[in-house]
Design a protein around this ligand. Sequence first.
Ligand SMILES: [Zn+2]
Length: 867
Amino acid sequence: MKITPVLLLIGLVGLAGAQQLPRTVLPEGYQLTLSPNFQTDKFGGDETIRVRVAEPTSEVTLNAAEITFGETTITQNGNTQTAKVTTDSKAETATLTVPQPLAAGPAAIHIQYTGILNNELRGFYLSTVNGRKYGVTQFEPADARRAYPSFDQPDMKATFALTAVVPKGDMAISNGKIVSDAPGPGADQHTVKFAATPRMSSYLLALAVGEFECEAGEADGIPIRVCGTPEQKGRGHFALQAAESSLNYYDHYFGIKYPYGKLDIIGVPDFSAGAMENTACIIGRDLLYFVDPKSSSYFLQKVVAQDGVAHEMAHQWFGDLVTMKWWDDLWLNEGFATWMSAKPVAAWKPGWNMATDDVQSAAEAMAVDSLSSTHPIHQEVQTPAQALELADVISYNKTAAVLRMVEGYVGAGVFRKGVNNYLAKYAYGNATAPDFWNAIAAAAKKPADKVMSSFVMQPGVPMVSVAATCSNGKSKIELSQSRYFFNRELLDRGGSELWQIPVCLKLGNGEKCELLTRKSQTVEMTGCGPVYANAGARGYYRSAYDAANLHGLASAAEQNLSPAERVQLVHDAWAEVRVGRAPVGEFLSLAEALKSDPTHAITQQISREFEYIDDNVATGADRSAFESWVRQTFAPVGEQLGWTPQANDSEEQRARRADLLALVGGVGHDPKLIEFSRQFTEKTLHGEAADPTLLYPALSIAGRNGDVSLYDAIQKRAETATSPEDMFRYLGALGEFRTPALVERSLEYAISPQVRSQDAPFLIDSLLSNHDTQDQAWDFIRQHWPQVQAKLTNFSATAVVNGAENFCDASHKQQVRDFFSQHPIPAAQRALEQTLEFIGNCIDLKAQQAPKLASWLQQQSGGNQAQ
Ligand SMILES: [Zn+2]
């Protein structure tokens, strides 16, 4: 599964379901007929499960939720018995009891039942667009039981032969190829029979019913379709190309050809998460699939190619073919798909600088992993709700970063061999964490298992401190490791964790790798000069440099370091400031040294940290002095690049221009750029073609400084948008307006029926994150909690908890704690702890760095006057 793009982690909320089922009866194959009825919003089900009874029993327990059971029988050796059905709605189970015990051996359960086409975006649910209804499934982790009584846990794999009885004129798409499609049984129905699937987990079954248009292609002999509602016709080509290219890449990489005969990718108008890797039938929100490269941003093209397509397709091997045994190893699915997803995209679009995205992704994980309330990658899980709580940056991004590090440590070819052995050994079955790292260690003949287990089983991100001395042309480099915390007390105390860290050092043209296994180790290298401690930016650790080393690295960064290494350097320098081990001025000087760097991710990161400084560290007169310094330093850079896009710009240049506009026009409040943004936005609203990447910051700046007439125009544009990106960007822009009346309007709008549940958190989170609107948003959320919660039900209440992390004062910290204690969100307990910790860290950061910022700014202005 892929959580939503846009840096907004949506935690999925599931009901606390059952713990694991007894293993006395195991499924082998399902024959299932589903008949959705869009008049009653219910569906009928008829199911035969072939099972194997392991020991004599008169009870069979399986999962079911919101299912009304009809005739239920169990047949064994020609003897059919009617079963008594006892349901447990809390545990989400049904127990079938027969008078005569079943013997060990095969049996068949037959169940007739009805279920609900719900509005909760899980199970078998309804989606509506322009008055047309769709039936869509989303089962991970534990909602298959809402569509069919099932042994609903990942290690109870079986085959599935599905038949769908659907309204005439509607299509049905599922995991298998269509075997037959015949009119009836009703006059206004047709019956679509799908080929049986190979053995797979219950949560991977899928069905989408409704009016779809598909664009068809193929790769390596596998037919591929991208399907969506008729509104999206003509926008599927880019995703189709990405899918063709990815399939070809994976066929070669994995050494196991795509095993499912066909692939369908379906974009739907309502979807809770981002997308779901159902076997050969990927389903996701339409934003992740429908783009026109001519009018869509670089940002969204990457999201479509990497998150919508390559991530979900990687799951066809990692997740669908080989599945984690239980949810505690969710990372085996998600971390792998995340790690893998950059590879086919980098091969397809070499100019996209995917290596820097990998660093940005790892940095997101490192931020959460710097809290004491983080969790290890492998985490005990009892219930599906806890499994959902694990769908976070640790499982996805941290795992991906650790895999990248281990790949670097054993070598890409060897790592791939280990991966291939693992997939071949566990294909159509299940695996655990040690199964994976033992396969890698065996292929590598290196202690990759020890490296991996130290990062998978222990929480936190290591900090590797570097101290180099030089004599006679040789450097003696002292490396030491300790756990990094944003909390300075914890940092100073040092954790008990000890990692096995593959550290690769760079000095001049030399590179040397060392496995850091002790608290500290000394490495010798030829030559003298600044030492860079994370060659290739492959390591999942922060590097701590002294000021002289950092200066040395910064002054020749473009010559000596790769773009990914430079992005990592920016993160490392900021991490030192966060904990008071370096003054904020040191970071500002580094940013200035890198101001002309052509890498978009560097300007992007500088812009983000500057916004944080502007919101939280700079106060009063310092704030305007800081903003003025930002303008003076970065406006000339933007002018040199040119604020107006040129036809021959690369995507990286376009993105960098957008970052600079956000920096100088947004953080710096440059009046010329505010006017530029207003004009740019108005031209776009009048239908003139505009650079789609630059449009994001332009809309944001125009909105921030905009009035009611601009608001009206943008809202109208959001409501009439047919392209998913237009809807997304114009809806998001409403969250940028600052006047209280418009903020109120946006909040009311977000909880109104006009905004889809899947999109509401974009707007709410934006208002809660913006420094100038967060108080009002927070008051509104508390006053309207029942409506807000109803809007966010089941998928995004966690987003509100996460959004509150942008406060930076003790009073709000207390309010957030109090409010969510009185209104607890079960699947957001860890998110709440993390939010409170982020706020606490920010308060500390402000106290320790605000005076340092003031004196640095004074020095700057003194320096300017002297010139
Ligand atoms: Zn996934």
